[in-house]
Design a protein around this ligand. Sequence first.
Ligand code: FMN
Length: 436
Amino acid sequence: MWELLPPRVRLVGAPCLSESMARQIADDYQRFCNALPRPLEAYVLARYGIDLASEYAGLRVKNPVGKASGQLSLAAHQVERDAEAGLGFVILKTVIAQDSSGDQSMRDWAIPETRMLVEPIRGRLGDEGWTVTWKGRGWFDTFAAYLHFFGQALSVAQATNMLVVPSVKYHLPGGQETLWKQEEYSFTTLRLLETWGEACGNRPMPLEKDFSPTLAGSERATQQSKIGEWLKVVPGLIHRASPGKVRVGLKMFNTLFEDDFQLQMLDVVYNARLGEDRADFLVYANRLFDPAKEFEGKLGVAYGGPDLSDRNLAVLEKFLSVRSDADRLGELPISATGDIHSGRGAAEYLLRGASSFQMHTIFQLPNGQFSMQAGSKTAKALHRLLFHPHEGLIAWLLDLKETFGWKEMNVHQMAQWCQSNWKSVVEELSSANQNA
Ligand SMILES: Cc1cc2nc3c(=O)[nH]c(=O)nc-3n(C[C@H](O)[C@H](O)[C@H](O)COP(=O)(O)O)c2cc1C
């Protein structure tokens, strides 16, 4: 098992706020227990001077909170509820790519799996959290059904300006395989683009390439050199399906190798030649894989919780620490995923340069975990993520604005500032950590 090294700095204690501001947030937390304010972003800007606008894949989103790909984004009614609740973006369930004859090289990932177990988990460093256990798989209906669903999702999201993004698992050669099934890349991408174009015209389509955590346990991912090759080749294959039309995001996975290898993976992505071979953004990083854990007769399952955020934050900060100022000119937008269950957690990723936050597990927590009593689970989660007096994003952004002297910045600009000023972030947080 790889060694879990804790992140160097954390946001500790309560956010530092004036008494009146702390009271204002606590009042709002109570006040919005039944319904969130509308429009949400205008309210937050007017009341707190915080501009929640940000970017995902280089595209504007009204706020940085999104739903990650999974079982909670595979039906139009789910997407509709998320739009109503006020999410900034939703990533649809991963579809398994196919060629024009319907052949899917990754068909092992396209089988129905429904039972999910939501359970508490204790991290290796002692923190408590939540994880979902299931036998992880992708979309299991036809590709035509996915395209129909994608079209529906784009249409229900339009009224509230919520970004909808497809997610795809394309062919990845394993072991001794040298051939890339390029037609899977071109056929699947072009069909998705057709559906996107009907709703969104000529705007570029963001797309996540899912390197799922279960890959970590598959034979395909036992060789580091092979994983490096995937990361190098995949962006070009997707881009070349329709040059200039797709923003390719790589949803990185946590391998069974040590953190140094995670850093090497990031190096491969960042050091790619500018142009078609380079990804347009990163999603960092999908769940961990435990080859020894058994669930319903299957050995080896993905898991999340505190180990996931600890590992992701530690790797991202190491990556920022070793990059020189010249390297930073080529930074990629980062969308964070992994154990984000509070605004504090989102702010931890923001400090490491992430401009959007996508989550899954929080939307599956039992109702007892939320103070909001009415509305959908998405609304309950948004209420907690934004307005919680000690753990919420509003409280933490106000704290960070004060700490770093940020003025008139939206969330995207804050993330960019952190990427370019990582040394200052470490200095400030180190002294706060020492005083805590
Ligand atoms: C039940 C379940 C199904 C998931 N399915 C997918 C998927 O189809 N594609 C994908 O890219 N990620 C999938 N994920 C990963 C999530 O999108 C997310 O990145 C990950 O769970 C980390 O976020 P969290 O800690 O907030 O859950 C799934 C996660 C869970 C728990």
